[in-house]
Design a protein around this ligand. Structure first.
Ligand SMILES: C[S@@+](CC[C@H](N)C(=O)[O-])C[C@H]1O[C@@H](n2cnc3c(N)ncnc32)[C@H](O)[C@@H]1O
Length: 270
């Protein structure tokens, strides 16, 4: 068979795999950057001995570990509390005071792609410090059930807590075997929910949205559409906080103001 024919068969194999994955897991692989994703998946296939994507799909149907590994590989779950501490400090000192001033009551915040919860628990600490006793709502969502189950428990390994200061550790966490558990004060602020940001509806009226270290795997087109949807989800004056290596290329066109790096504000006139 010629190289051209082999490539054609490989394309059909991958297309069929994508279609099946979409139907079974509601996961649209076309939204992810192809070379990176394909490399990660091929590494998985090699480990389990699958020769083709379709063979890999069949194996996943009877082996839950393979299926979980596949979902992990595509979506990647690395996180830690106060990831990029300088940016969380900017959030604490510059962004939250303004948002709290502009809100009628507690803040409504969305942590989109929250993984195992490090991000929403970090937020809960900052909100409790900024306005103690006020009821804030943090909606924390992810596509991955396994990560959400872990997030609900609120237990973190010691190395995931390396950016948490000693006073915060003492006030908001209690030591458990191998790490720390978040206090009930923090847990009460957060509601965890399964949500696919590429398909599912967005709530509106948020004061603050965090979407950090998620879109890096999406195509430029998908990113732009997502940032437009976040814009609609924010209340006027609300803010979107992105990851430490991320910037919104078409932020002006969408309507965001971006005076502070990594923070994109929806102007009041909207
Ligand atoms: C690298 S983690 C980022 C966690 C946290 N935001 C942070 O910055 O530390 C990326 C998370 O995005 C989630 N994710 C990927 N695609 C998603 C989608 N389409 N909808 C919702 N969450 C998604 C993954 O399951 C994963 O938990």
């Amino acid at each position: 068979m010629s190289t051209g024919e082999l490539n054609h068969l490989a394309e059909i194999d991958f297309d069929t795999f994508k279609r099946k994955v979409k139907l079974t897991y509601n996961l649209d692989l076309d939204a992810y950057k192809r070379p990176q994703m394909e490399r990660r998946l091929r590494a998985n296939m090699e480990r389990c001995g699958a020769q083709t994507f379709q063979q890999y799909y069949s194996m996943m149907q009877t082996d839950n570990t393979l299926r979980d590994e596949f979902l992990d590989r595509v979506t990647i779950n690395v996180s830690e509390l106060f990831r990029n501490p300088d940016q969380f400090e900017t959030l604490r000192t510059k962004i939250l005071p303004e948002l709290i001033k502009g809100a009628q009551s507690g803040l409504s915040v969305w942590s989109a792609g929250c993984s195992y919860g490090a991000e929403p628990y970090s937020l809960a600490v900052l909100l409790d410090e900024a306005a103690p006793g006020v009821h804030h709502n943090i909606h924390a969502t992810d596509i991955d059930d396994k990560m959400l189950a872990r997030a609900q428990n609120g237990v973190f390994q010691t190395q995931e807590m390396r950016n948490v200061s000693s006073p915060r550790l003492v006030k908001y966490f209690e030591p458990v075997s191998g790490g720390y558990m978040a206090s009930s004060v923090l847990k009460k602020m957060i509601t965890f929910r399964k949500h696919n940001m590429l398909n599912d509806a967005f709530r509106t009226g948020y004061d603050l949205i965090l979407c950090r270290n998620v879109v890096i795997y999406f195509t430029d087109e998908t990113k732009s559409a997502l940032y437009q949807r976040f814009f609609k989800s924010l209340r006027p004056g609300g803010c979107l906080f992105v990851g430490g290596t991320e910037r919104i290329a078409d932020s002006n066109e969408i309507g965001y103001e971006n005076q502070i790096p990594f923070f994109y504000r929806k102007p009041y006139r909207h």
